[in-house]
Structures are given as C-alpha cells and as structure tokens.
Design a protein around this ligand. Structure first.
Ligand code: NG1
Ligand code: ZN
Length: 552
C-alpha cells in the first residue's frame, strides 16, 4: 500500500505531454528535451524495476540523444552486463512511457511486477547508476530520473554526473563484476592497457617515422572534454582536441561530429586544408561512435572517410595476426589449445568492398539487422567477436573462456619462453581486451586501439585508407505516412511487404555493375531508408533514386 501511494504521488507530478506517443527504439526514447520529463521519470521507475528483477544488480540510466540536434534529448537503460536493456522488456518500456494517467501507470506497474515476479514493495534493494551528456536539458531530466527511481521503495540512484554513454555502460559492467568502477578507474584501465600495447610494438616498426599526432573533432559534446582528461595519462601520443564544446567553440553536433562527417563526407568545423594529410578522427555527441578521416589537399572540404567498416577491418587484421602467431606455436603441441573462433558481424549498410576484403582474409562474416543490440548479441557467440556499424559504432567482444585460456597460456609462456613472439601475441590480445570497451562501442577506447595498431604496423592514414577501396554508395530517406508498411527479412536485405517491391529492387539492381540495394523502415525516424551501392557514384545515385520512387 505504501508503495502504491508513493508511486501515485510522484507520478502525478510528471504528467505526460498530451498527444505524444513514444517508442523505445534502438536508441531508447528520443524526442525534444522539453517534452521528456515524464518519459524520463517513468524510465527511472523502469530502471529500478529492472534492477529489482535482476536481484539488485546495478543497472544504468543514460540521458543523451547522441548525434541529434542539441534541443533533443533521450533516455535509455543499460542491463547489469553493461549492454542494452533486454529486448524482452521493450514492450513494457513502450507501455510505461505512454500510459495517460498516474493511476494507469500504477496499475500497469503492479500488473507487470506480478507477471514478472519482481520482488516489489521494499523487500529487496535496487541500484541505478545515472549519467547524462552535456545537453542543457540534461540536468532537469536527471532530476526526473532520480524521482522515478525514488518512487520504487528500496531503490537507490547514484548520480555519476556528465559522462559519455560508453563510460556509464562500462561502470555498470564493472560494478556488477565487483571491479573498480569509478571514472578515474576507467581512465587508468584505458591508459595502462594502451601503454602495454605500445610496449609490445615490434622494434622494426617502433623506429619508423610515425606521425604521433591525431586531430580529434569532439562534436562539441562530452567526448572532447573526457578525451582531454584521458590524454594527460598518455605520454607519446599527441591528441589535439577541437570542437570541445567549450563556450564559443560551437554547438553540439552542428556541422561537427562522427554522424555529420560520415553522412556528408566533408570536413567538420575547425578543420581545413592546413590539416591536409593529417590523421583526423571524429566522435559523436555521446562518444559511442568513431570515424577517421583525411583531408585530401586538392578538393575543398572533401575528405577521405575511414568509416566503421575500415576500423573493423583494421581490428580484424590485427587480431588475426596475433591468432596466427599463437596457432603456429600451438601446432608444435607445447601448449594448451586456445578456443579462438573469430567472427565478424556487420549490417547491410557495411560497404560491400569491406565484406569482400574480410572474406578474402578468410574470416567468417555474418549479418544482423541494424541496431547495436543485434550486432552485440551476435558477436557474443564467438570467442572473439568484432562488430561495427558503418557509422562507427562497434567494439570487440572476448569470451570469458578465451580470456581465461589466454591468461593461463601467458603464465605457461612466462616460464617456458618469456619475451617470445608467442608470449607477446598473447599479451597483445590481453591488452586489447582490457583497452576495448566490452560493454558497448566506445569512441575513446576505439581511438586508442586504432592508434596503437597503426603504430604497431607502422601505417599512415593513407596506408590504412588504401586497405580496400569503398564502393560508391548512396543513402536516401523517404518520408512516408506509415513506415511499418515495409517489412523486411534476412537481416533487412529482402523486402517481404509490400508485395512486388523486392522484384522491383531486383530488376533495378540488375541494371548496374556491382549493384546492391535494400530498403528498410528506420528504427529512430519516421522514414523508410534506401541504400544503394554500385561501381560508380552516378550508378549508385540512380539506383537509389529509382528505388526511392517506388517506395514513395
Ligand atoms: P535507423 O534510424 O534505424 O536507421 C540509426 C542508424 C543505426 C543506429 C541507430 C541508433 C544508420 C543508417 N542507422 O538507425 O545504425 O546507430 O540509428 O542510433 O546509420
Ligand atoms: Zn552516439
């Protein structure tokens, strides 16, 4: 009874905006910040329930709208593993955000709690870590989240302040593993594993003329200021952060950031021809996406984009090299066999040239629908799973079994053949697993791994860019009344409904050499997206346009 009254009283202070329907999509809830207080309050309740359901394990609640304009905001929940909240709970998230009155909300929560057998009403405790990005609406929304959590008896909110999305996910994961989980622990783990990787660089490449400077576009968001903290602990790597979001430097995500750079393929603000040939990187507004780029001296603001697919390819190359060294030694039968199934996970948006390249390396490449939750889940089926979306969101997952195997191998080697190539390969993999964020794609840890690998193989940004040549592509958005009329299958590469559309796509695609095209309903906007690829830009444009006309 006490619980019912508290929830009713608090919920009454957060009435939902009339006429707005929100859905918990691939990126949680997103809308204009000014209408989100009720949604965030209710997501606070949801997060507390999630923690109760998970036996009091820590869950996360992040307030961000990533690469969206600064007036927008959003909220999402992280599960105890540090990954996205289980998809099983998404229908409840939708329901809780959209019930009209406080009474309905209370009823919905009590019904759900019964159905899910959640220990409710103060018998157990719950813990929610809160974080937000730098958006002005974040502060008051964070307050709403705290009130939502406080409305669940026994639930405690811990405010971690302004963070990148991956920092919060990392903290949730570490806390549940009973490891050190503060922000300074995060910096320590990243910087020390980066230094270990640097110490393991082969002597031949270490002496080459490597450009130690990387220019980073912080999207005028939280990533820039965090990178400035981190770089203090990274001697030997010169990180120059621009678009840090400090007063006067510019507006969050406006003409800056990984999403802008990847979609427009032009320089972000405060980068120009003076930077031609330099190694440049761009983070998105909450620093979970990373792309690299290089300004080609000849042509205005045009850039050579190094997208998520090429970051993935670099990581795959490096991991494969280490595994090959280990296998060589293993074949002598001196050490235990390491379980080392390596899998690459992409979506239909991956450039076809990247998939060809990865398959030529002999790697297993599989596809999932768009959305990190799908890629992450698939990658976790391997001993080492590398996943990336073309837009720069991705990471590497190492199974616990693999890490245990590697650790015991390292102990064997430390006594048998200390300092051997074999031991170094094992140590590189261990360091990479500590550097790369295992909870979610993380632009800061991704950047450090890229920097370490480039130095390991002695590559300039041009060398990396030339790994393979992207096929020209075009993305279009078609505004439709109801995007759900388009239904797809086979990792979104085939249209099932409306009938006849797939036949048209096939016929149009057949007209172009290296043609590939698919359409799918966006999970975050009211549009149907069209993607086309072909051997020339003109052909890719023509293919996308002809299919877009059919969707319209
Ligand atoms: P939708 O709107 O479903 O295409 C977009 C991105 C996804 C993912 C989500 C979540 C593209 C084509 N799509 O999804 O990759 O990042 O946003 O933020 O980039
Ligand atoms: Zn983001």
């Amino acid at each position: 009874q006490h619980q019912r009254e508290i929830l009713l009283r608090s919920a009454s202070a957060f009435p939902p905006p009339p006429g707005v329907k929100l859905s918990y999509g691939t990126a949680g809830f997103r809308a204009e910040g000014s209408i989100l207080a009720s949604t965030v309050f209710r997501t606070g309740v949801l997060a507390a329930l999630r923690s109760l359901k998970m036996g009091g394990a820590t869950v996360g609640l992040m307030i961000t709208a990533s690469h969206n304009p600064v007036r927008d905001n959003g909220v999402k929940v992280a599960d105890p593993s540090g990954g996205m909240m289980t998809q099983r709970w998404e229908p409840f998230a939708d329901a809780i955000a959209n019930v009209p009155t406080a009474q309905d909300l209370v009823q919905l929560v009590f019904d759900f709690v019964k159905e899910e057998e959640i220990p409710f009403g103060g018998v157990c405790s719950a813990e929610v870590l809160l974080g937000r990005d730098t958006r002005p609406s974040g502060e008051s929304l964070l307050e709403a989240a705290k009130q939502g959590i406080a409305a669940v008896v026994g639930a405690v909110a811990i405010d971690m302040g302004v963070l990148t999305t991956p920092q919060l996910h990392w903290m949730v994961r570490c806390r549940n593993k009973r490891r050190k989980a503060s922000e300074s622990d995060y910096y320590t783990q990243l910087s020390s594993s980066f230094k270990q990787l640097m110490d393991l660089i082969p002597k031949e490449t270490a002496i080459s003329l490597f450009d130690t400077t990387v220019l980073v576009d912080g999207a005028n968001g939280v990533g820039g200021e965090k990178l400035i903290e981190l770089k203090k602990m990274l001697p030997g790597l010169e990180i120059h952060v621009r678009n840090t979001g400090k007063d006067g430097e510019g507006i969050l995500n406006e003409g800056v950031g990984a999403d802008f750079v990847q979609k427009e393929k032009i320089t972000p603000h405060s980068f120009d021809l003076d930077d031609a040939g330099r190694r440049c990187a761009s983070l998105d507004g909450d620093a979970d996406r990373l792309v690299y780029f290089c300004i080609s001296s000849a042509c205005g603001r045009k850039i050579d984009l190094i997208d998520g697919d090429k970051i993935l390819s670099l990581f795959a190359l490096f991991i494969k090299e280490q595994l090959t060294i280990l296998k060589k030694e293993e074949s002598k039968g001196m050490t235990d066999k390491l379980p080392s199934r390596l899998g690459i996970v992409q979506t239909a948006y991956a450039n076809g040239a990247s998939t060809d390249y990865l398959r030529q390396l002999g790697l297993e490449v599989v596809f999932t629908p768009t959305g990190v939750k799908y890629l992450h889940e698939k990658a976790s089926e391997y001993d080492i799973g590398i996943y990336f979306e073309a837009n720069g969101h991705g990471t590497i997952l190492f199974s616990e079994q693999f890490i245990w195997g590697l650790e015991s191998l390292n102990i064997q080697l430390a006594s048998n053949s200390p300092g051997s190539d074999y031991q170094k390969a094992a140590l590189r993999l261990l360091s990479a697993s500590q550097l790369i964020n295992q909870a979610v794609g993380d632009a800061l840890s991704g950047l450090l791994l890229v920097e370490a690998i480039l130095r390991h193989i002695g590559w300039s940004i041009e060398d990396w860019s030339k790994l393979y040549q992207d096929l020209p592509s075009r993305q279009l958005k078609v505004k439709v009344v109801d995007r759900s009329v388009v239904v797809t299958s086979n990792a979104e590469t085939q249209v099932v409904r409306p009938p006849g559309l797939q036949e048209v796509i096939d016929a149009e695609t057949a007209k172009h050499s290296h043609g590939r095209c698919f359409v799918r309903p966006s999970g975050t906007e009211d549009v149907v997206r069209v993607y086309a690829e072909a051997s020339t830009q003109e052909a890719a444009d023509a293919l996308a346009q002809s299919v877009a006309r059919e969707v319209d």
